[in-house]
Design a protein around this ligand. Structure first.
Ligand SMILES: Cc1cc2nc3c(=O)[nH]c(=O)nc-3n(C[C@H](O)[C@H](O)[C@H](O)COP(=O)(O)OP(=O)(O)OC[C@H]3O[C@@H](n4cnc5c(N)ncnc54)[C@H](O)[C@@H]3O)c2cc1C
Length: 388
C-alpha cells in the first residue's frame, strides 16, 4: 500500500524531501502558505556535500545546469582591495552558486502539478489517531489533510515545531543585519577564473557570487544590536557603508535595481532535543536554522531530505525509521549550527584588535585553516537507497 506524507513548506527543504519521498515510493502533498511559488529571494552558494545530496535525489544534473562555480569561499579581500587569500585552482574547491528561484524551479519541476498546494497555511497539527493530520487555511476556507507521516519543513518560525514542540525556545537574534541583492544580467568578471569574492571589513562582510545569465548575487552582513532596524532606501544604505570599497563593489551596486535589495535580521535556533515526535519529523530551518556564515543552511536541508527519504525507503516501521533519521541528522546539523553561530563572533567583530589579528592570521595561514574547516563541513556522503 502506498504510504502518504504531508509536507509543510515548499522551500528548498520541503521540495527536496517531496522529490526524495516520491522516489522512495511515497505519495506526497506539500502545503505552502504563499499564494504561489514566487520568484522570491536572492542567490546562495552550495558546497560539495549539497551537490552530492542533489545527485542522490536525482536532480544533480539540473542543479549543475542552473549553477555557476564561485571562488568566493576562498577569495578573501579587505576593503582597499588587497587579498588575504586568493582562490587557487587545484588547492581550493569552487562552490556552486545559483538563484533561489532557479533551484526552486528545478525541484518543483520534478513533482506532478497537483503535489504542491499553495495558499495553504497550516495552523494546527494532530497525531492523536493512527495518522498525522493538519488543519490549514485557504482562501476557500479551512481544510484538513492527513498522512502516515508529517514533515515540518516550514522554516525558522515553523508552525509544526510550535504545535508539536510547544516548549522549544523560539528564534534567537544573532545581532546581525543582512542585505542581499542581485544585479541585472550582463556583468563580466575581470579575469578568466571563477568569479566571486568576499571582503572583510571591521564589523562588516561583503560577498559576491556569479549567477547564470551574467547576473551577480551579493550580500552585506553587519553588526546590529537590535532587531527590526530598517532603512528607507536599502541600496543607498549599502552604498553608504561599502560604496567606497574596492572594485567591482561600486559597479555591482550600480547594476542592482533598488527593488531587488532584501534586508533581514539574522536569527538562528537553539538545539532541539529531538527532530522527531511520533509521526512528525522536522527538517531544514524548522529543525536547525543557522546563521548564513558557513553558507550551509540550505546544504543541510538537502542532506536532511536525502537522509529522511533513505530511511523511509522500504521502512516497515515508521517510528523506528524516524528515530534513525534523528540519529543520523541531529549531531551533524547541530555541530554545523554551532559553528555558524560562533563564526560571526570573530568574523564580524567590531574590535580593531580582533579584526587585525583575524586578517593577519588569514593572510599567513588562511588557506590551511579554510581547507580544514571546509573538510569538516563538506565530508558527507548520502545514504544508499533502492533508487541509488
Ligand atoms: C542571508 C542568508 C543567506 C543564506 N545563504 C545561504 C547559502 O549561501 N547557502 C546555504 O546553503 N544556505 C544559505 N542560507 C540558509 C538558507 O536560506 C536556509 O537554510 C534554507 O532556505 C532553509 O530552507 P527550508 O526549506 O528549511 O526553509 P524556508 O526556505 O524558510 O522554507 C519554509 C517554507 O515554509 C513555508 N511556511 C512557513 N510557515 C508555513 C505554514 N504555517 N504553512 C504552510 N507553509 C508555511 C514558507 O512560506 C516557506 O516557503 C542563507 C540564509 C540567509 C538568511
Amino acid at each position: 500500500m502506498t504510504r502518504k506524507a504531508i509536507i509543510v513548506g515548499a522551500g528548498i527543504g520541503g521540495l527536496a524531501v517531496a522529490v526524495g519521498l516520491r522516489r522512495a515510493g511515497w505519495s506526497v502533498t506539500v502545503l505552502e502558505q504563499a499564494p504561489e511559488l514566487q520568484e522570491l529571494g536572492a542567490g546562495w552558494s552550495f558546497a560539495p556535500n549539497a551537490v552530492r545530496a542533489a545527485d542522490a535525489l536525482g536532480v544533480g544534473e539540473r542543479f549543475r545546469e542552473v549553477s555557476v562555480p564561485t571562488a568566493a569561499g576562498s577569495t578573501l579581500r579587505i576593503p582597499n582591495g588587497d587579498y588575504l587569500m586568493r582562490f587557487q585552482p587545484g588547492r581550493d574547491t569552487p562552490l556552486l552558486a545559483n538563484h533561489r528561484a532557479d533551484l526552486q524551479r528545478v525541484l518543483a519541476d520534478q513533482l506532478p502539478a497537483d503535489v504542491v498546494r499553495t495558499g495553504a497555511r497550516v495552523t494546527a497539527v494532530d497525531q492523536s489517531g493512527q495518522t498525522a493530520s493538519v488543519t490549514y487555511e485557504t482562501s476557500a476556507g479551512t481544510r484538513t489533510a492527513e498522512g502516515d507521516l508529517l514533515v515540518g519543513a516550514d522554516g525558522i518560525r515553523s508552525a509544526v515545531r510550535r504545535a508539536v514542540w510547544p516548549d522549544a525556545p523560539g528564534p534567537v537574534f544573532q545581532r546581525i543585519l543582512c542585505w542581499r541583492g542581485v544585479t541585472e544580467p550582463g556583468f563580466a568578471w575581470p579575469d578568466g577564473g571563477p568569479g566571486g569574492f568576499q571582503t572583510w571589513g571591521r564589523g562588516a562582510r561583503f560577498g559576491a557570487h556569479p549567477l547564470t545569465g551574467g547576473r551577480v548575487f551579493w550580500f552585506l552582513t553587519v553588526r546590529q544590536e537590535q532587531p527590526g532596524v530598517r532603512y528607507g532606501d536599502n541600496l543607498a544604505e549599502v552604498r553608504r557603508r561599502v560604496g567606497a570599497w574596492h572594485d567591482p563593489i561600486p559597479a555591482l551596486l550600480t547594476a542592482t535595481p533598488p527593488t531587488a535589495v532584501l534586508c533581514h535580521d539574522i536569527f538562528d535556533l537553539d538545539p532541539l532535543q529531538t527532530f522527531v515526535n511520533g509521526r512528525v519529523a522536522l527538517l531544514g530551518d524548522a529543525a536547525h536554522a543557522m546563521t548564513p556564515f558557513l553558507a550551509q543552511g540550505a546544504c543541510q536541508a538537502l542532506e536532511d531530505a536525502t537522509s529522511l527519504s533513505a530511511e523511509l525507503d522500504r521502512a516497515s516501521d515508521l517510528p523506528a525509521a524516524l528515530v534513525r533519521y534523528d540519529g543520523d541528522r541531529r549531531a551533524r546539523t547541530q555541530m554545523v549550527a554551532r559553528m555558524a553561530r560562533q563564526d560571526p563572533k570573530v568574523s564580524l567583530s567590531t574590535s580593531p584588535l580582533t579584526y587585525g589579528l583575524m586578517t593577519r592570521l588569514t593572510r599567513l595561514v588562511g588557506g590551511g585553516i579554510a581547507n580544514r574547516k571546509a573538510a569538516r563541513l563538506w565530508e558527507w556522503s548520502p545514504p544508499i537507497t533502492s533508487a541509488s
